[in-house]
Design a protein around this ligand. Structure first.
Ligand code: PEP
Length: 252
């Protein structure tokens, strides 16, 4: 039985005060429950404040990115070790905004996954197709390349630490959500791929989140699908009044 995992991706939003207030509100509302794994991923500069605000709660903190090197002359970048040092448990890797706005390629994303694991961080690897790719029947081939290349060279032990987030790019921040059936179809396909790569027990245990305009009113039906094990939430993670019901929807 997989435990649901709901993560909020705050992207490049909020002020320091707003991020501390959101963390405090989440702590008060859902910081004591442990039926669902919950994480929030603030911008780097707010991570220490959010870690502090969430102390004593069950809500974990994640980063939105990392640079795959232990340290050194990489101006403007943040290492996995630093992310771990400030109290993060998770790190989002390969988000579509980084793939498509910042031009990140699968090989670079794979290096990030490996360096996150080396630093004892738990990667959330994002995959998903563009609208044109879906419309031309290429969803499975795009997603399979992203999963295979993203997880290339991992041992079974490493693969057991991965969460995959299926995020169709056409559904991110657009208000357009995949139907539960569309999500289930791709999630089952991803689980099949993981089975081929790492075997039955890793695939059966791996959590595959859905992301793309998840809201309080569609979260329950998406997460009711047999291969949807939680959500990666963007816009709706910025307000406790939206994020809290999504976490509650995961409890069933
Ligand atoms: C995301 O950024 O990962 C995301 C799913 O965003 P939204 O929920 O706003 O579509």
């Amino acid at each position: 039985m997989r435990k649901y995992f709901v993560a909020g991706n705050w992207k490049m939003n909020l002020t320091m005060g707003e991020s501390a207030k959101l963390a405090a509100d989440l702590k008060a509302a859902i910081g004591g429950q442990s039926e669902v794994d919950v994480a929030v991923c603030p911008p780097f500069v707010y991570v220490p404040g959010v870690v502090e605000a969430l102390k004593g709660s069950t809500i974990a903190v994640g980063a939105q990115n990392l640079y795959p090197a232990p340290g050194g002359a990489f101006t403007g970048e943040v290492s996995p070790k630093m992310i771990k040092d400030v109290g993060c448990r998770y790190v989002i890797i390969g988000h579509s905004e980084r793939r498509h706005i910042l031009g990140e390629k699968d090989e670079f994303i794979n290096a990030k996954v490996k360096s996150a694991l080396e630093a004892q961080l738990l990667p959330i690897l994002c995959v998903g197709e563009l609208l044109a790719e879906r419309q031309s029947g290429r969803t499975q081939s795009v997603v399979s390349i992203q999963v295979e290349k993203g997880l290339a060279g991992l041992t079974e032990q490493d693969a057991a630490k991965i969460t995959i987030a299926y995020e169709p790019v056409w559904a991110i921040g657009t208000g357009e959500t995949a139907t539960p059936a569309q999500a289930q179809e791709v999630h089952a396909y991803i689980r099949g791929l993981v089975k081929k790569l790492f075997g039955d027990s890793i695939a059966d245990a791996m959590r595959i989140q859905y992301g793309g305009s998840v809201k309080p009113d569609n979260a329950a039906e998406l997460m009711a699908q047999p291969d949807v094990d939680g959500s990666l939430v963007g816009g709706a993670a910025l307000k406790a009044e939206n994020f809290v019901p999504i976490v509650r929807a995961a409890k069933g």
